[in-house]
Structure formats: structure tokens, C-alpha cells
Design a protein around this ligand. Structure first.
Ligand code: SF4
Length: 256
């Protein structure tokens, strides 16, 4: 039966010498354990050079991006944004001119019978909930904020029907205050196609974008991506042949 032999002192010393004289450039035990491939891939998708290409492509397409919702003041933008949930901006823009002619200011909605408002906004869908939220938000603006749409995320989130997306639209567009990135259906879809985020919720996508993009670009980037989603990078059959980002896009549903 074979017996185990103890390593001799000479053998132990030579092993020791070998490890000390190893090429200093050879990988350390830590780097022998590389990051998973998916992590490295995610890093390359968010590399500064790639981000710059995305920004340059968007700037070329939409040099002066603006909010598509018609409005004349922060309150009207708030109402239009509430109405735009599950509805196109075109449809909202057909409804709001008449609505704001009839009831232009928050004070006009305090005590307004909900059914009357519902009739005006019926075509935007989910009209009962939207009417309830608009009246609730206007009433709170009058009672708690002296008739002015508040300028902080926290205060805006205290209004009925206002979540981060709406608050970011109002703060960024009406007040020029960048506290976050608007993540609507277009931004959510396109950030995934461009692999800027793999998050499952709009809130997490917003956090990813805020980490990747400098604050000075948050407002413009959101507008640009929304326009990009409406004109080129459609949910179905995106116009990849006309897309300036095609060379850096490898979305699975790319059409070229
Ligand atoms: S190549 Fe196609 S899928 Fe990719 S960003 Fe452009 S339009 Fe969207």
C-alpha cells in the first residue's frame, strides 16, 4: 500500500522560492477569478465613450428638445401630464385648449362637480380617476400651496395623481429644476434596448440613468428619448435603417 511521504525541507524551500520569483505581471489569485461575463458586458454598454455616442446621436436628431404637451403655466402642464397617462400627447393636446379656456387656474377646479370635468376629458381615457385627481390636486394647490404648483419633488408627490414621472415633467419643464429623469413608456423601452438599464421598474431605471448621466442632461435626455421613441425607435417595427444609433445598438428586436 503506498505511503504518503512528507515533503522534504529542500522541496518546501524550492516551492517557496518559486512563488517569490513569480513574474510580477502574472495575474494575482484575485484576478484569476474574473467578473461574470454579463457584468463586463453591462459595463461596456455604459462606458463613457458609448454614452457620448448616444448623446451625440440624440443631439443631432433633436437639438432643441421640448415637451410636446401644450401649456401656458406650471398648473396647465401638471393637468396635461396627468391627462397624458395611458394616452397620446396628440389626444391630450386636442382636449386641453378647450379645457383651459373653460377652467384655466387651480381655483376653477375647487368645488367643480367631478362629472363636469369628466365630460371634458372623457376622450383621454381613465377619465373618472383623472378628473378626481385633477380636482384633488388643484384643491390641495389652492389650500396648501397658495395656488402655486410646488417646486419640490416631495411636495409634488403629495398631490393626488402625481408620481415621480409627472413630478419630474413639471419640475424639469416648467421650472427648469432637474431632480430626476422622466421615465415614461418610451424611456423605459429605449433604455433597455440601448442596454443602459436592465431594471424592472421605472424607479430603478431612473436611478440607473441618474447614475450614468450628468444632472445637466437629465431634462434634455428625457425629452430627447421620448421624441426618439415617438419618431424612430417605435415599440413595434422601429425604423432602425434611419437610426443614427444603429451602429452601437444591438437590441434583439433591431430591424437591420
Ligand atoms: S437601431 Fe433600432 S432598436 Fe436600436 S435604437 Fe435605433 S431604432 Fe431603436
Amino acid at each position: 500500500m503506498p505511503t504518503k511521504t512528507k515533503p522534504t525541507k529542500i522541496a518546501a524551500k524550492s516551492a517557496n522560492r518559486k512563488s517569490k520569483t513569480q513574474n510580477p505581471k502574472s495575474p494575482s489569485p484575485k484576478s484569476d477569478n474574473p467578473k461574470p461575463k454579463s457584468q463586463n458586458l453591462a459595463k461596456s454598454y455604459t462606458a463613457p465613450a458609448r454614452l457620448q455616442k448616444i448623446f451625440a446621436g440624440l443631439d443631432a436628431l433633436f437639438p432643441k428638445p421640448e415637451c410636446a404637451l401644450l401649456h401656458e403655466n406650471p398648473f396647465q402642464l401638471l393637468v396635461a401630464t396627468i391627462l397624458s397617462a395611458q394616452c397620446t400627447d396628440e389626444r391630450v393636446n386636442k382636449v386641453t385648449p378647450g379645457l383651459f379656456r373653460k377652467w384655466p387656474a387651480p381655483q376653477d377646479y375647487v368645488g367643480l362637480p367631478q362629472e363636469e370635468l369628466e365630460k371634458e376629458i372623457h376622450s383621454t381615457g381613465f377619465f373618472r380617476n383623472k378628473a378626481k385627481n385633477i380636482i384633488g390636486a388643484a384643491t390641495r394647490i389652492v389650500n396648501e400651496f397658495s395656488g402655486q404648483v410646488p417646486r419640490t419633488m416631495e411636495e409634488l408627490l403629495s398631490l393626488p395623481g402625481v408620481a415621480r414621472k409627472t413630478a419630474n415633467v413639471v419640475l424639469g419643464t416648467a421650472y427648469g429644476i432637474a431632480v430626476g429623469a422622466v421615465v415614461d413608456t418610451h424611456v423605459f423601452r429605449i433604455t433597455h434596448r440601448l442596454k443602459l438599464s436592465q431594471a424592472k421598474t421605472p424607479e430603478k431605471v431612473e436611478e440607473d440613468l441618474m447614475r450614468l448621466i450628468s444632472q445637466t442632461r437629465w431634462v434634455a435626455f428625457s425629452h430627447q428619448i421620448i421624441l426618439f421613441g415617438r419618431k424612430i425607435c417605435f415599440a413595434r417595427k422601429p425604423l432602425c435603417a434611419e437610426c443614427s444609433l444603429a451602429s452601437i445598438c444591438d437590441a434583439p428586436d433591431k430591424t437591420v
